[in-house]
Design a protein around this ligand. Structure first.
Ligand code: FAD
Ligand code: DLZ
Ligand code: SF4
Length: 508
């Protein structure tokens, strides 16, 4: 009997396990642009356009390789509207009940597929370095899961930056040499821009017509949409940005959205690039003397360390992970996240860039938008929905542990041992945002005090019982306790007043 081979929008890889298991002479690849995937959160129009264009081009690539592809476009009259419904339709059309699929990256879709009255073979996603079984074996019996130790295992497993069983350069981690602020006057070459073509143009028109109200700017569309383009983006990064990646990894500049970041997360997550090929390219740049160890090690750690660790957590923690709310935060996500005006220059830039590019780099996500949502006590489910919607690289397996865990501490410390909170001083040190801000980063109280300064203490005091015993946070509590009573009261009262304005929908 014919197999239907389901290929999802983030499974655009020739090495996909479902394709490897199938026979191109007899089986049928099923791909579908469906309303349910395109609207279960209000995705950024660029994310939808990237996905549909890359899917259409990948379908053509499979056909050129001899596969029979049953492809459904969003505007096809007989589109059944969801992945499960499309599978049922195709099963009837091809007279089969057999489906091969590589495990999807979201519990939601895994559950929906399992409920189908079809004979489903769910295959492991071999595009990752660490299997579920390996992650669970590593995690089992550990009191806490820390990325650094997991990362060392991945270095050993892959042999990346290893000399025998020792790390190259004598250290596993060179972060000590990183984290410098960047300067605005250096010329940095932006990643390669999309080359227009008929497929992309058609999809852009479709997305414009079907998703006119989604938050985000569709044109100009800058992303690559096929493997050749993704490889060009990787080349660009290795040559132009990798050498300084480590040093300026945490820096933020108002006029430079990318700095020395790779801007390849969306290509990796959609399957257009393979994590090991990317790391091999970086390791080769080090071996050839083209990039220093602090950058190459830092970059490889993000991919074989953080990316794999985060995925391990998502599948280990289970489907309820996205509804966790350990800190009991319940404030609605402030309207400024969806584009309402704000006087906070850092948020104005981080959100504005997100709206225009469907991209922000890690520190903007963690220490600006994430930090503010956490300090303000935003409901983590709302925060999760926002991140899943607005970034072109967002899929739940990678977004949720970063948001629910790393950024919002809503998982109670599974991903991180302490919450990532900071006052305005951190943002001032790592960016040029504060110079152009309505608020004053050095002011701790009063109407012009930086809101991060006010909310930082408010957060710590709200959660004193939980965090004051954490050795990594004790110093913060000592600092607060050393303030005189009047100052402590003013800080907290000013923070309350700020939160009231936020809740009232006033521009803050
Ligand atoms: P670079 O900074 O150049 O890093 C290179 C690569 O390392 C990335 O492409 C990515 O594949 C990997 N990487 C780096 N950090 C992480 C991490 N913490 N977790 C997983 N992979 C990592 N990443 C996503 O891919 N999808 C998301 O939806 C996502 N949501 C995030 C939400 C928050 C609140 C935070 C703090 C981080 C999130 N990240 C997410 C991780 C990281 O911010 C992005 O991977 C990165 O910004 C993508 O841009 P880049 O390709 O330029 O990355
Ligand atoms: C992100 C996305 C979007 C916007 N649309 C589709 C789609 O129409 N069809 C499809 O197969 N995949 C899409 N995707 C990617 C899926 O949402 C992704 O495969 C699941 O969330 C699992 O990670
Ligand atoms: Fe952001 Fe505060 Fe700096 Fe303004 S002063 S940019 S709100 S950190």
């Amino acid at each position: 009997m014919v197999n239907l081979v389901l290929v999802l929008g983030d499974q655009l890889s020739d090495g996909l396990s479902a394709l490897a298991e199938a026979d191109s002479a007899t089986d049928v690849v099923v791909m579908a642009e469906v309303a349910s995937e395109a609207s279960y959160v209000p995705h950024h129009p660029k994310k939808i356009a990237f996905t549909f264009t890359a899917m259409r081009k990948y379908a053509a690539h499979l056909q050129a390789q001899g596969w029979r592809v049953a492809y459904t476009r969003l505007d096809d009259a007989d589109n059944a509207g969801s992945i499960p419904a499309e599978l049922l339709r195709r099963a009837e059309e091809f007279g089969t009940d057999r489906v091969l699929v590589t495990e999807p990256g979201e519990w939601r879709l895994i559950a929906a597929l399992r409920e189908l009255p079809l004979h489903l073979t769910l295959l492991e996603d071999t595009r990752f370095i660490c299997t579920h079984a390996e992650f669970d074996a590593w995690a089992k019996d550990r009191k806490s899961l820390r990325m650094e130790y997991f990362y060392r295992e991945m270095r050993r497993k892959t042999g990346l930056l290893m000399e025998g069983d020792k790390p190259v350069g004598g250290k596993w981690n060179f972060d000590h040499d990183n984290r410098k602020p960047a300067s605005g006057d250096l010329f940095r070459k932006a990643p390669p821009q999309a080359r227009g073509d008929d497929v992309l143009d058609q999809v852009l028109d479709l997305v414009e017509a079907r998703f006119p109200d989604n938050f985000g700017t569709l044109r100009p569309f800058q992303f690559q949409t096929d493997r050749a383009g993704a490889l060009r983006a990787l080349d660009h990064f290795i040559i132009h940005a990798l050498p300084d990646f480590g040093t300026y990894q945490d820096a933020m500049l108002a006029d430079d959205p990318y700095l020395y970041h790779a801007v390849i997360g969306l290509y990796l997550n959609a399957g257009l690039l393979d994590p090991l090929e990317v790391c091999d390219r970086a390791a080769r740049a080090y071996a050839d003397g083209d990039a220093p160890i602090n950058s190459v090690e830092g970059f490889i750690r993000q991919i074989i360390g953080w990316r794999e660790f985060i995925r391990g957590i998502y599948f280990r923690e289970g489907p309820d992970y996205t509804s966790r709310n350990t800190l009991g935060h319940d404030r609605a996500l402030p309207a400024l996240y969806w584009g309402a005006e704000t006087r906070m220059n850092c948020l104005h830039h981080a959100v504005g860039q997100t709206r225009d590019l469907a991209y922000a780099h890690h520190i903007q996500r963690l220490m600006v938008t994430g930090n503010f949502a956490l300090l303000a006590g935003a409901n983590p489910a709302h925060v999760h929905e926002w991140y899943l919607a607005v970034y072109a690289d967002a899929y739940e397996w990678v977004e949720a542990p970063n948001v629910i865990g790393m950024s919002q501490f809503a998982d109670g410390g599974v991903v991180g041992s302490k919450p990532y909170v900071s006052s305005g001083a951190y943002i001032d040190r790592m960016s040029d945002y504060c110079k152009g801000c309505h608020y004053r980063v050095k002011e701790k109280t009063g109407p012009r005090a930086c809101p991060f300064n006010l909310l930082y203490w408010h957060f710590l005091i709200r959660h004193r019982a939980r965090f004051s015993g954490n050795p990594r946070m004790a110093q913060m509590y000592r600092t607060f306790d050393r303030m005189d009573d009047a100052r402590r009261e003013t800080v907290l009262a000013d923070a309350d007043a700020f939160l009231q304005k936020l809740d009232a929908g006033e521009t803050v």
